[in-house]
Write a protein that binds this ligand. Structure first.
Ligand SMILES: Cc1cc2nc3c(=O)[nH]c(=O)nc-3n(C[C@H](O)[C@H](O)[C@H](O)COP(=O)(O)OP(=O)(O)OC[C@H]3O[C@@H](n4cnc5c(N)ncnc54)[C@H](O)[C@@H]3O)c2cc1C
Length: 585
């Protein structure tokens, strides 16, 4: 995907990536595979069964988690994409995403700590002061401090404009933070020297709603000017949440300013304003787009790793005989010989490789957005990312779950036991349509903000890209040309339906079925990703390429037709859900 399709090597012509070539990328990918296999995959089951414990004061994790994260930091993987001045390697995002895929596939619960820390550090690099960067970001990038994203509150998850955590200005220019947060991943533990929370809170003069939210750095321990670790800040846990999956990542309910500690002799968590007052949510959104692409990739790899495990099982599990075998004394065949098992494997392959293509494609777009010389191209890429980000987050989260379920089904009864990993991956996956904006919120974002909010421009940019692929597929003739015709028709219909929705004249009705729109658009986009891969395959010979052709065929014959029913429902402006009254349930 990286070299034959996304043409990653040509990025080396750009000044930012000039130091790199195929050799350095291959070495990095091999390093990540080795580290993920040796340090992350090895405690996957243990971190699931021995979940974090909170004794009222401290959170204890199994030691393998800290050891793995230490190995990750020592391999300089926290700074993979950052500027050289910051000690970074300036690796293209697309290669970095492929590298990180090894870790989320191996153990998402452990990998999450470093991913949160990198997201936190990147936000502060973009919006923090040089002094904040030196004091908090540098130690995070060295692996000494960990970071969190502390947004949600018990009553404010999807609707972050409703957070009520307060920030009170102090005489010395700092602030004191008071409030209870909820669902905070990595919110407390004993790894590293410190935890840097990035907290959303409201200043006393804040306007109501999302335009009145500010962002603060709140460290677990105060940090002296010389970088020394000072007294404990007023951050304590009300408790931890016990989760369905992804259990290695401790999930916490932190209380800020509850008086458990008294830094400087007074209750209140010491916080440092990031950027300008009231702009916190926009800074967070800057980071959230990257985080959404990251969640999409984790969803993909969570499904991908289970697919590979079910494939290995199907190759070796003997059960039954071919339908045509009349003699009951002949040996049983491996279950991969049964067409229905191959159906389940092929469905998984088409989902996970389609999703991986989409995630890598989006990462490649991030590199274009950052380094393309042509300003118009950067604008187009921005439009594409606008429309693709909610899909790249949601499609792998939804179809990854289906894929994970099929992986269990391939193992039969064994799949339903804790003797095999597939059930744990299925539980891990269930988080992905919930966090970083639920499935329904992504749908509103796609249809309301990205497509209609841009007057259709972002969808047109996407349609133009797809048209380019269609033309290249037509040149190949044969099956790719047939698929191209099907895709072209689906894109045209999506455009028509979008116009119909825009013309309804009632925003509530236009957006009532936004989730169906997200899912239909998602299938169209993943069909496009399959056509892209097929064009890259060209006339390639051998098992790898035949496998790509078969999975593309599966997606075009079995999956893309589902879109027609969804688009018909949308076209009719169906009001079934709007009309249903709460009292009628
Ligand atoms: C394991 C885990 C880890 C997390 N980690 C973090 C973290 O590190 N930091 C952090 O800040 N948060 C974190 N979260 C919080 C997460 O982002 C929220 O759970 C999520 O945003 C949903 O918010 P909620 O739970 O309050 O659900 P709600 O917002 O109450 O949503 C409930 C349901 O209502 C729907 N809904 C809500 N509003 C609307 C609307 N306007 N229109 C249509 N449908 C709507 C939703 O789609 C959903 O189906 C984490 C959550 C979990 C479970």
């Amino acid at each position: 995907m990286l070299f034959e399709w996304l043409d990653v090597e040509t990025l080396s012509r750009r000044p930012r990536f000039a130091e790199h070539d195929r050799e350095t990328y291959d070495a990095l990918l091999a390093l990540c595979e080795r580290l993920a296999t040796d340090h992350f995959a090895t405690h996957y089951r243990k971190s699931d069964t021995e979940e974090p414990v909170f004794d009222g004061e401290q959170v204890r994790l199994i030691p393998e988690i800290g050891a793995a994260l230490d190995a990750f930091a020592k391999a300089d993987l926290l700074t993979l994409t950052l500027d050289e001045e910051l000690g970074g390697l300036q690796v293209p995002q697309v290669v970095a995403s492929a590298c990180m895929a090894w870790f989320t596939a191996a153990n998402i619960g452990t990998a999450a700590y470093s991913f949160l820390t990198v997201a936190n550090a990147k936000l502060l690099l973009a919006h923090g002061t040089p002094e904040q960067v030196e004091r908090f970001v540098q130690p995070m990038l060295e692996g000494r401090f960990f970071g969190t994203m502390t947004l949600s509150e018990p009553h404010a998850g999807s609707s972050l404009g409703d957070v009520v955590t307060r920030a009170v200005p102090a005489d010395d220019g700092t602030h004191r933070i008071f409030g209870s947060k909820m669902w905070i991943s990595g919110g407390d533990h004993e790894m590293g020297d410190n935890i840097v929370h990035l907290v959303l809170a409201k200043l006393p003069d804040a306007p109501a709603g999302s335009r009145g939210i500010s962002l603060f750095i709140v460290p677990k321990y105060l940090v002296g000017e010389d970088g020394s670790i000072g007294e404990r800040n007023d951050v304590a846990l009300a408790g931890i949440n016990h989760k369905l999956g992804s259990r290695g990542t401790v999930n916490t309910a932190p209380v800020f300013g509850g008086g458990a500690f008294t830094p400087g002799g007074a209750a209140g968590a010491v916080g440092y304003l990031v950027g300008e007052p009231h702009k916190g949510l926009s800074y967070m959104f800057h980071m959230m787009n990257a985080a959404r692409l990251g969640v999409g990739m984790s969803a993909t790899t969570t499904a991908y790793t289970a697919y590979l495990k079910s494939l290995a099982y199907a190759r070796t599990r003997p059960q039954g005989r071919p339908l045509t075998a009349a003699d009951p004394t002949v040996p049983q065949v491996p279950i991969i010989q049964h067409a229905d098992v191959r159906r389940m494997l092929l469905a998984q392959k088409s989902y996970v490789e389609g999703a991986l293509a989409l995630n890598l494609y989006c990462s490649r777009l991030l590199d274009e957005q950052a380094t393309a010389e042509d300003a118009d191209e950067r604008v187009t890429v921005g439009q594409l990312l606008d429309v693709l980000t909610p899909i790249a987050k949601s499609w792998p989260s939804q179809w990854g779950q289906e894929s994970n379920s099929l992986a269990i089904q391939v193992l039969g009864g064994s799949g339903y036991t804790r003797d095999f990993d597939v059930e744990a991956h299925w539980r891990d996956q269930r988080l992905n349509p919930i966090h970083e904006g639920t499935h329904g919120i992504q749908a509103l974002d796609l249809l309301g903000r990205k497509v209609l909010g841009s007057g259709g421009a972002s969808l047109q940019a996407l349609a133009a890209r797809i048209e380019g692929t269609v033309a290249r597929a037509r040149e190949l003739g044969g099956e790719p040309a047939d698929h191209a015709t099907a895709l072209e028709a689906a894109v045209a219909r999506l455009g028509e339906v979008t116009m119909a929705l825009a013309g309804l004249g009632d925003p509530a009705r236009t957006l009532a079925n936004a989730t169906v729109y997200l899912e239909a658009a998602g299938h169209v986009v993943v069909a496009w990703m399959w056509l892209e891969q097929l064009v890259a395959v060209g006339r390639g010979e051998g098992d790898f390429y035949e496998g790509k052709r078969a999975a593309a065929r599966y997606f075009f014959r079995w999956e893309l037709p589902k879109v027609a029913a969804m688009l018909d429902l949308l076209d009719a402006g169906d009001t079934t859900t709007l009309d249903m009254q709460p009292g009628w349930f």
